[in-house]
Design a protein around this ligand. Structure first.
Ligand SMILES: [Zn+2]
Length: 287
């Protein structure tokens, strides 16, 4: 529990979740239990919540992983553009792209934390079709070897990227691979599945902090990709039930877990992506 958070107490007498002895009403500490209900503790038995212990487990998380992230003009999958992209591999692969989006009238939505301006992307970027062709090649080569592509919030990143490939006449990796865009590992889906009732936000920043993964420049594609790679390795090492899944099964399970996790959303995207057609630019709604 973070400093300053209110400590909830028990309204009724109840057994302590650690020692079983009665905790008189008003004297205990209430916490969310592992199945979503409340648990009561003697104050001396209520330890601060901690991430699970990392173990020396074999599994997909120790194989060759490649993490991908992008920085964009906004979050509209069919409309917004990619300004930078980065991949970081567990084998030391490190590729970065800045994309010149061309001379269209574009703007970056407010609240985007990456700090890349349209002007800078035009001045320093390589033409978008060229950069996207290279990126598509790197992703396709990795997935063709049946190794996991790690993407935080894959439906957002991969759906927007798919539209961007089509917009610039680049064959998307999903259409180059006989098995489609797989196998993918989305640490957001895995963390929500493995630790469903943990309170707090599930942003990349919050979740890396919870697992103690360094994350230097949140919002920056290269820093986000590096943090996402480490996070996947840590999540695998933290949950034996996840680590033991084969890569194809891990992929297939995430489709189901994501559908369950997003069942209350109004327009849930498919996992790992939806094959949307690109739309012409529209200015973002005013903030
Ligand atoms: Zn107790």
């Amino acid at each position: 529990m973070s400093a300053g958070a209110p400590r909830l107490s028990n309204d009724y007498d109840g057994p302590c979740a650690v020692c079983g002895a009665v905790v008189p009403s008003g004297t205990g500490v209430l916490r969310h239990g592992p199945t979503g209900g409340w648990e009561v503790f003697h104050p001396e038995h209520a330890r601060e919540p901690q991430p699970p212990r990392r173990r020396d487990l074999p599994g997909w998380h120790r194989r060759r992983l490649m993490a991908l992230d992008i920085a964009t003009t906004g979050n509209r999958a069919a409309v917004d553009r990619v300004l930078t992209a980065a991949v970081r591999g567990s084998d030391g692969t490190s590729r970065d792209w800045m994309l010149d989006p061309g001379s269209n009238l574009l703007s970056v939505a407010s609240g985007k934390g990456h700090g890349v301006t349209i002007e800078r992307a035009r001045a320093e970027g390589v033409p978008a079709p060229e950069a996207l062709e290279e990126l598509a090649g790197v992703l396709t080569d990795h997935l063709a070897a049946k190794e996991l592509l790690v993407v935080w919030f894959a439906p957002h990143v991969l759906t927007l990227l798919h539209a961007e490939f089509l917009r610039h006449g680049v064959t998307p990796p999903a259409d180059r691979l006989p098995a489609g865009l797989a196998p993918v590992c989305d640490p957001l889906v895995l963390d929500r599945h493995a630790d469903r009732y943990r309170p707090g936000r599930r942003s990349l920043e919050a979740v890396t902090a919870w697992y103690g993964v360094p994350h230097e420049r949140p919002g920056d594609a290269a820093s986000d990709a590096a943090a996402t790679l480490l996070l996947a390795q840590v999540v695998g090492a933290s949950y034996p039930a996840l680590a033991r899944l084969s890569r194809p099964v891990l992929h297939a399970e995430q489709v189901l877990w994501h559908a369950d996790q997003s069942r209350h959303h109004r327009d849930p995207l498919d996992w790992p992506f939806t094959a949307v057609q690109p739309l012409p630019w529209q200015d973002p709604p005013p903030a």
